[in-house]
Design a protein around this ligand. Structure first.
Ligand SMILES: Nc1nc2c(ncn2[C@@H]2O[C@H](COP(=O)(O)OP(=O)(O)O)[C@@H](O)[C@H]2O)c(=O)[nH]1
Ligand SMILES: [Mg+2]
Length: 216
């Protein structure tokens, strides 16, 4: 493969990535890396050059998406505490249930703390999901501050001797000082083992900005 004969497909790849809302620096690095690998590479017998280029693109995509898996860290004694954060409607409450279901199947006992005191029926939503998978839950209604809910919920989880505590929180429509301050307060009381930012897969590169904004 030569710089000349891959120019056209590289242009298509660049366009496809930009249309998929991938950020420009990432696109540039990606195209450069694929070109570097392809140029001068001999074609393997039984393969066509285009098939080989597709393979390089595939492997590079896997690398860009993060080749390694980051497992949840569990503490040795006391409950492992997982705090879920993210904007409104991204799927935090749903992730609470999916995560708990997954952990329960691994033999861990889990408990929810319902910390979304703003979204109408957010607590009911978590309770309904929790009942479906037989979860222990701590709820305190909507009149209590999330930080106090966190404190009480954690206490309750220790009494119940659970392995994992998952706290659901309220999201906002955008980065909001009130939300950040509230999360900071919750975090202080909860001292989570893991804080997971839930983002919608359709968010694209904006997700990276959300992560920077939420890193508190
Ligand atoms: N298609 C799809 N819908 C989802 C997914 N996760 C959550 N939802 C839906 O998105 C809506 C918002 O989810 P929710 O968990 O309440 O978001 P939260 O506001 O961040 O707690 C609900 O109607 C969910 O059923 C998902 O992975 N795929
Ligand atoms: Mg929710």
């Amino acid at each position: 493969m030569t710089k000349e004969n891959i120019a056209e497909p590289m242009k298509d790849i660049r366009r496809a990535l930009l249309e998929a809302y991938v950020s420009l620096p990432v696109v540039r690095k990606f195209v450069q890396s694929v070109s570097d690998q392809a140029v001068g590479m001999g074609v393997i017998r039984g393969f066509k050059p285009d098939q080989q280029l597709v393979k390089i693109v595939h492997d590079e995509l896997v690398k860009v998406m993060g080749g390694e898996v980051s497992e949840i860290q569990f503490v040795k004694s006391g409950p492992t505490v997982i705090l879920l954060a993210g904007f409104q409607g991204v799927g935090k409450t749903t992730v609470c249930a999916k995560l708990a279901y997954y952990l329960k199947k691994q033999g861990k006992s889990c408990m929810f703390i319902a910390g979304d005191v703003y979204r109408p029926a957010a607590i009911d939503q978590l309770v309904i999901l929790g009942e479906k998978i037989g979860m222990l839950m701590y709820t305190a209604g909507t009149e209590v501050k999330p930080a106090d809910i966190a404190k009480q919920g954690l206490k309750e989880s220790k009494i119940n001797n659970v392995n994992v505590v998952i706290m659901d929180t309220a999201g906002r429509l955008q980065v909001d000082k009130g939300m950040m301050d509230e999360l900071k307060d919750v975090k202080r009381f909860l001292n989570p083992t893991e804080t997971l930012l839930v983002v919608d897969a359709m968010t694209g590169q904006e997700a990276a900005c959300n992560l920077c904004a939420c890193r508190y």
